[in-house]
Design a protein around this ligand. Structure first.
Ligand code: NAP
Length: 349
């Protein structure tokens, strides 16, 4: 099969690097174009990027020149990993020019006609693409994946919401430093420390979770009706967001029912064996001191959410801990899975 050429906007950043790593031997897509800021434009990728991953820069990419972040000369499929303020300006420009923009940024996630998608959870929301003016004018469109901390949470909540209906969700996060991009938080601020504030993160978790678990209503999404409160902390962990979660359910459930819901959970990526799909989107570990980022974050190639410590909650009904890889399942891997869904539905033709 001839591979589809793809471009990466924000290719030199932390998420851009993950894209390059995950696309190295992708069977459907190949990196054909890289773009970043003026600082990087015109330079060889290996010179422009401060590569921070444990595998080397793929040889096919190392010598590529970084292009200007403009649609002229770009391929029709674009993975975007830009800061929200820049994405708000650039992503519509690429969609207008006829590109399929598969974005990581928060800029357009909550826009009425922009799908916010996790293929195992709400693949039907992709249809919102047809409501976008870019689609009508030039065939271009924008599809987004969620914030990195909403991702792990929604994968763990989706099977519970489907079977027992969520009434209330409380989540407290312990988020890795790689979630802040590179160079991110200064080492003097984070070593031996916890920072109880991540700008706009709590709001993103609260609204995105309800959009992802919401219902498609023609031209938009009706947010899921449960109450949700998030508290977000930055901790001195390299990769992997850990979350302590409590839930109240409308239909009463036993621990065995909840464990079965997680175990049975899978979706289109697993059924259709998408290249980036983990075998299991959610796995439960029974050891009382797990999940831990050091041991569990790479499970399923970083695409599986690991859940543990399920126990009854004296305030709500149940509480548990979850862990999700923020730059893989929470960013580049999420966008790749969205691209695989779009391709399987004929949107990347
Ligand atoms: P990052 O490491 O700071 O990288 C930012 C990228 O944007 C770099 O490639 C940078 O290029 C480029 N850029 C900056 N200004 C630009 C401009 N004016 N025009 C074009 N390109 C420009 O950030 P990141 O962590 O990869 O995050 C990227 C996006 O993904 C953000 O929206 C973030 O919220 C989201 N996200 C991140 C994570 C995570 O875990 N890190 C998870 C989910 C979502 P230069 O190198 O040339 O400056």
């Amino acid at each position: 099969m001839k591979k589809i050429p793809v471009g990466i906007l924000g290719a030199t950043g932390i998420v851009g690097q993950r894209f390059i790593q995950m696309l190295e031997s992708h069977p459907w897509f190949e990196v054909a174009w890289l773009a970043a800021s003026d600082r990087s434009e015109g330079r060889e990728y290996s010179d422009a990027a401060r590569w921070r991953l444990k595998t080397p820069i793929p040889a096919s990419v190392a010598k590529m020149r970084v292009s200007a972040a403009a649609p002229s000369g770009a391929p029709k499929v674009i993975f975007a990993a830009l800061d929200a303020s820049i994405a708000a300006e650039l992503e519509p420009r690429f969609a207008e020019a006829g590109c399929a923009v598969i974005s990581n940024s928060s800029a357009l996630r909550m826009a009425k006609d922009v799908p916010l998608v996790i293929p195992e959870v709400n693949p039907d929301h992709v249809k919102l693409i047809e409501c976008q003016s870019w689609r009508r004018k030039s065939k271009g469109f924008v599809v987004t994946n969620s914030n990195c901390s909403a991702m792990g949470l929604v994968l763990a909540l989706a099977p519970l919401h489907k079977k027992f209906e969520l009434e209330t969700v409380m989540a407290v996060t312990m988020q890795a430093v790689s979630g802040a991009g590179y160079p991110g938080v200064a080492s003097l601020d984070i070593l031996g420390n916890v920072i109880p504030y991540i700008a706009k993160e709590e709001e993103k978790m609260e609204e995105e979770t309800r959009k992802l678990l919401g219902t498609l209503n023609g031209a938009g999404v009706t947010l899921a009706p449960f109450k949700m409160s998030a508290q977000c902390n930055r901790v001195a962990v390299e990769d992997g967001h850990t979350e302590s979660v409590s839930v109240k359910l409308k239909k009463k459930a036993q621990a065995t029912d909840i464990l079965a819901a997680w175990e049975e959970f899978s979706g289109i990526p697993q059924e259709q064996k998408f290249p980036t799909a983990p075998e299991v989107p959610v796995r439960y570990v029974s050891a009382s001191d797990r999940p831990q980022p050091r041991f569990d974050v790479e499970f399923g190639g970083g695409m599986t959410t690991t859940v543990g410590r399920l126990r009854s909650c004296p305030v709500l009904d149940w509480k548990f801990t979850l862990l999700s890889h923020n730059t893989i399942r929470g960013a580049a891997g999420a966008a790749l899975l969205n691209a695989e869904l779009l391709k399987s539905q004929g949107y990347l033709e």
